[in-house]
Design a protein around this ligand. Structure first.
Ligand SMILES: Cc1ncc(COP(=O)(O)O)c(C=O)c1O
Length: 509
């Protein structure tokens, strides 16, 4: 039986009002303020009467009154409880008939469709997780069986030539990036980030003291001939550029690998969205092409749910061991129960079945958007979002009018780094004063990167907080794009249809 809660009650026997009135007022105020929570067990009338040294009838009268008001509820034979449906503070006015709650249609990116999970499989996984005792010493690389399952999954689904020794379990992409940067980046190291790009990646980098350098992007992805040669790291989303939606073509992938080999910079490949692809052949990961120069980050945030906080980081065993050592120093651990549950989902084949269902569902949603918004849609070959390019002057108007219909939208504008690009010469261009030449022989080609292949790390950068673009120079060259980034994980298919019909009318004016 659950323990009761004893509310703090003080009765003033010399006071003007009766003991019953005082008890009623104090209990009512504790109930209405939330000090006593729905479902909590109240002390029995006998216990409370003894505790307050009052007659039991005083307590039973007050309990009856509060029960009649709906603040308490009696459960036959088991006692008195705080009502599960608390009394509303102000009476709720009934909605006049014919005026239903306005519908909200969330067409913003970044949210997966979670309602389609298999509840039975989910329960099985968590039961299995609960069957094992908690680990006394969590492995900083992650649970071996989960690493093996993830490696096998990536080998089959992404043709990534990866073994468990290359893979560390993380809490997601952002966390993987943070661990990597905490391990390899020296304070003030320059890190290229696609622009427009993933703001959270910029934030993680800036919080570790990196100088974030925006690198321009076009409809294919990151523009490789504009890459500076003094970057310690380059963060990129080649499978489905976030947010413009390009899939990086093979020639640019080769150019990135060459850049990394020539400059010594490390490529951080966010393999986000790679699991969802429509009518196009898979492209190999950068990691498969240049494993010595790439760290690949993956996540279950889109394919399952961000609520799990589970992802992976793939790197050479030497770099991985440095990251594991750093992780240990930071007292950062992968969550054991989550790993065990996910390993069970993978071992049972439930994860594959889930992905299959999700692919089918997302393909329907995407087809609906493309069908309704037609040739304005870009970046629709993969992932869970598309871009709808619009004339700049139309964007605000469409967003505001759509909001009037309950439609929530995101704009491309929001994904650009804060500093405007126009007028700033490219780093390494003749005007910028920075020579665009390779490093002298024998010297580390990039500053800010502590040796990637060397064994254990000696010192690491302190946690420094700075604004995302502190010290970073944007690279000019690509005009800003305007339009909407439409995600199709949050709303259901019917809502997407309604929302896109309204959008189409708003865009056509
Ligand atoms: C570009 C990109 N990468 C990764 C993620 C997922 O990150 P995490 O695994 O930290 O949830 C997102 C989520 O929206 C994203 O937009």
């Amino acid at each position: 039986m659950r323990q009761h809660v004893m509310p703090p009650l003080v009765l003033d026997r010399a006071g003007g009002s009766s003991l019953a009135a005082q008890l009623y007022e104090q209990l009512r105020s504790a109930l209405d303020s939330g000090a006593l929570r729905p479902g909590e067990r109240m002390p029995s009338s006998r216990v409370l009467a003894q505790h307050l040294a009052v007659s039991r009838i005083v307590v039973t009268d007050v309990y009856q009154r509060l029960t009649a008001e709906g603040r308490l509820e009696g459960q036959h034979g088991s006692g008195t409880f705080v009502a599960r449906q608390p009394v509303p503070a102000t009476p709720v006015r009934p909605q006049p008939e014919g005026s239903p709650e306005p519908e909200v249609i969330d067409l913003r990116p970044g949210t997966p469709w979670v309602a389609g999970y298999d509840q039975a499989a989910w329960r099985r996984a968590w039961r299995a997780a609960g069957d094992l005792p908690p680990a006394a010493r969590p492995d900083p690389y992650g649970a071996p069986d989960l690493r093996a399952h993830l490696a096998e999954h990536l080998r089959r689904s992404r043709a990534v030539p990866v073994r468990a020794e290359h893979l560390m379990v993380t809490r997601g992409t952002g966390h993987g990036l943070d661990l990597l940067v905490a391990t390899v980046l020296e304070p003030g190291g320059r890190v290229g980030v696609e622009d427009p790009g993933y703001a959270k990646a910029r934030n993680v980098l800036a919080a570790r003291g990196a100088r974030v350098v925006p690198v321009p992007v076009d409809e294919y992805g990151v523009i490789t001939d504009a890459l500076p040669d003094d970057l310690a790291l380059l963060y990129t989303t080649p499978a489905h550029q976030y947010p413009l939606g390009g899939r990086l073509p093979p020639a640019r992938r080769r150019a990135l690998a060459d850049w990394a080999r020539d400059t010594g910079g490390l490529l951080v490949e966010d393999d986000y969205d790679a699991e969802f692809r429509y009518d196009v052949a898979p492209l190999p990961t950068l990691f498969s092409q240049a494993p010595e120069h790439v760290v690949l980050l993956g996540t279950l945030s889109k394919s399952l749910s961000p609520d799990l906080g589970l992802g992976w980081l793939i790197a050479t065993p030497a770099l991985l061991s440095r990251i594991a050592a750093r992780r240990y120093e930071l007292s950062d651990r992968p969550p054991g129960a989550v790993q065990r549950a996910v390993a069970t989902l993978m071992a049972n084949g439930d994860m594959d079945r889930h992905l299959h269902r999700m692919r089918r569902e997302y393909a329907r949603r995407r087809a609906m958007i493309v069908g309704l918004l037609g040739d304005r849609v870009r970046g629709e070959a993969a992932g869970l979002h598309v871009m709808v390019e619009l004339p700049g002057e139309l964007v605000d108007q469409v967003v505001t009018r759509a909001a009037g219909h309950g439609i929530l939208l995101d704009t491309i504008e929001r994904h650009y780094a804060a500093t405007p690009l126009s007028g700033v010469p490219p780093v390494g261009s003749p005007q910028s004063g920075a020579p665009r030449v390779g490093p002298p022989p024998g010297r580390s080609p990039v500053s800010g990167l502590s040796s990637v292949s060397s064994p254990p790390l000696v010192s690491s950068p302190p946690l420094v907080s700075s604004p995302p673009l502190a010290g970073g120079l944007p690279i000019a060259g690509e005009p800003r794009r305007h339009g909407l980034v439409i995600g199709y994980g949050a709303a259901d298919l019917d809502q997407i249809e309604r929302g896109c019909r309204i959008l189409r009318d708003l865009i056509q004016g």
